[in-house]
Each structure stands twice: as C-alpha cells, then as structure tokens.
Design a protein around this ligand. Sequence first.
Ligand code: UDP
Length: 237
Amino acid sequence: MQIGKELYTGKAKSVFATDDPARYVMRFRDDTSAFDGGKKASLARKGAVNNKFNAFIMARLAEAGIPSHFERLLSDTESLVKRLEMIPVECVVRNIAAGSMCRRLGIKEGTELDPPTFEFFLKDDALHDPMVNDSHIRTFGWAGEEEVARMKELTFQVNAVLKPLFLDAGILLVDYKLEFGRYQGQVLLGDEFSPDGCRLWDAKTREKLDKDRFRQDLGNVIEAYEEVARRLGVDLS
Ligand code: UDP
C-alpha cells in the first residue's frame, strides 16, 4: 500500500491518500485535545494504543454485523480504511449520565439512564458542537431521513455489542460518540472507537478510565487506556 499526501489533519489523527482512490490511511497521533481544541497535549504511546484498541473494537463490531470503514491494521499507528463521504453529525448514546448531559439538564453524574438516551450534535468546533435533532439534520440537508434512522439504529446496535463486552472486563460503558459516512450508497461507521471518544468507568470503583482523565487532569491517562486494553485482551505488542 503506497501512502500518498496528507489530506486531512485532525486533532488526534491524520488521513492520507493511497494509490487506491477508495481507501485512505488513518494515522493515530500522540496528540490529544479537549474543549474544542482549547486544551492540548502529546501523550506518549497514545497513537499506537488507540490504533490497536480501535482495530480490536471494529473486529468485534464486524463480527456482530455492524459495518464500518475499518479494513486492517497497517502498522503500530496506522490503519487502512474505506474512503467515506462523512455526515457532519455526532451520535451519542448514554447508559449513565456524565459530561454535557449533567451540565445541560442538571442530572447527577452517575445516574443510570434506562432506557439509554440518544443525542445528535452538529460537528462544528466553532459553534462548540451544538445539540441538534432529526428535523435540523433533514432541513439543513446534513443527512436524509433513512440515513438518520440508520445512524440511530447502528449507534444502538453498537451499545448492544459493546456494553456487555466491557462489562465482562469489569468496565461500565457510560457513553460514546460515533460518526458515520456514506460508501456506495450505504451508511457505515466512520469513526474510531477508543477511550478518547467514550466514557469508561471501573465497574466496582467507578474510577474513570477514559479521556476524562485528561479533561479533568486526573493523570495516568494512557496507563488507564492500557489497563482497559489489557482487560479486554487487546494485543498492544
Ligand atoms: N465526545 C467526543 N467528541 C466530542 C464530544 C463528545 O468524542 O466532540 C464523546 C465524549 O468523550 C463522551 C460522549 O461523546 O464519551 C458524550 O460527550 P458529552 O456530550 O458528555 O460532552 P463532553 O462532556 O465531552 O463535552
């Protein structure tokens, strides 16, 4: 696989062209950011940990019939993915209240959410990713009605697969964010799944094992990601 020019530089990943116009290389960097890019750092090993973590999760999702852009690992920090036309919304499912839900609705952190909630956010840092609904997505042409329904369906299917997977490893899947894109007329998951984009708590102690360690200056950020990976059986070698 020939890696071509850098097409897109995100806050934690870079995307490169390949000799196949339908494939991109996604490189996971050690950079991390929070608060719409307002807080930044470089955390040793993060790129490799998240790349391998993501490959493990995408394999579990594929086994369950959830289609994603992921094709295969290329190196410690790179994966081959399908080129999608991204839909500019974030889909969030929450099993336990945390983060923006607590700030927005005054719900106490740790409250069980039964049934789990679903939220859409517009992907726009300058606007601080405002919450939007199906109607906004349709009216402003970000996605069609069937695509909206499919994103919701797939996001909940991910919960059905990953909530028990994490629980078996002694971890609560508190919430997570997913993004989708179009590929040959289908909606595919077009995002990474790593502790950068979800909340994971130790099931017994409720210790935070995700990016909140960075957001809240709790320390041992990558050590926590590695602990989650170890408990799941992700090969980090
Ligand atoms: N999230 C994300 N990227 C974003 C916003 C949120 O990956 O731009 C994830 C976040 O890590 C959490 C979930 O989506 O797992 C819900 O985030 P929330 O709405 O609570 O926002 P936050 O408190 O992170 O601002």
